[in-house]
Design a protein around this ligand. Structure first.
Ligand code: ADP
Ligand code: MG
Length: 217
């Protein structure tokens, strides 16, 4: 098997001396779609923050393409996390999606913004000029996802992306995640309570309890 995209080794995460995550070995292959399931407090979001290189483990190593990698390193440009309750810049939809492209000095920004909006099912002609306060909850979530997809991450992490959405918005988020995989080979790791969806689209589901993976199916 090729070098995993991300590998965790002997990971322990602690908050105020309490161990909330204990994972001895876990690998994510490029192109995979992986689910994370488990009750509230089982460690899903903590695991996603480690995979996103947003925080460092108290103990252990996170490798990106085989190389031990610190949190907040340049690698985190290739990995992006859609948090559970994303917030938008207090600007237009276009400005929100263009922001990350601009700070990275990308070219063809309008075309990239349009494509990202299409992937998440938002018609650019109708939505690009909308202000952040003119959006429903499901539309905010999709704009936040579009802003991440526009950067073509190698790894897209989503933390309960459909928890507060109606089923139509949830379906659009799910379709967009699969499009990202198909269009540019993004790997996906999705924490979700939507077991039917996880079972339909993921290659594996890791079940967490009390910070440990108790079952992988
Ligand atoms: P899940 O996403 O599965 O609900 P979390 O990863 O959010 O679980 O939380 C796992 C445990 O870690 C919980 O007991 C939670 O209270 C604790 N925890 C998470 N983040 C922090 C933090 N920043 N500071 C202190 N405790 C935290
Ligand atoms: Mg969580």
């Amino acid at each position: 098997m090729s070098t995993p995209l991300i590998a965790l080794e002997n990971i322990r995460q602690r908050y105020s001396d309490r161990t909330v995550l204990e994972i001895d070995n876990l690998e994510f292959q490029s192109g995979a779609i992986i689910g994370l399931a488990g009750p509230n407090g089982s460690g899903k979001s903590t695991l996603l923050r480690l995979l996103a290189f947003l925080e460092s483990p108290a103990h252990g190593t996170v490798k990106f393409l085989g190389i031990p990698t610190q949190a907040r390193s340049a690698v985190n440009r290739q990995v992006t996390l859609l948090v559970q309750e994303p917030y938008l810049l207090k600007r237009t939809v276009y400005a929100n999606v263009a922001y990350g492209l601009r700070i990275r000095g990308k070219n063809d920004i309008p075309a990239k913004v349009n494509r990202a909006l299409e992937i998440v099912g938002l018609d650019p002609a109708a939505f690009a000029k909308r202000q952040w306060f003119e959006l429903s909850g499901g539309e905010v979530q999709r704009v936040a996802l579009a802003a991440r997809l526009a950067l073509k991450p190698k790894l897209l992490l989503m933390d309960e992306p459909t928890a507060s959405l109606d089923s139509k918005s949830a379906g659009l988020i799910h379709d967009a995640a699969l499009s990202a995989r198909d269009e540019y080979g993004a790997s996906l790791v999705v924490a979700s309570h939507d077991m039917a969806w996880l079972e339909a689209v993921t290659d594996h589901i890791h079940h967490l309890e009390n910070g440990r993976i108790v079952r992988t199916a």
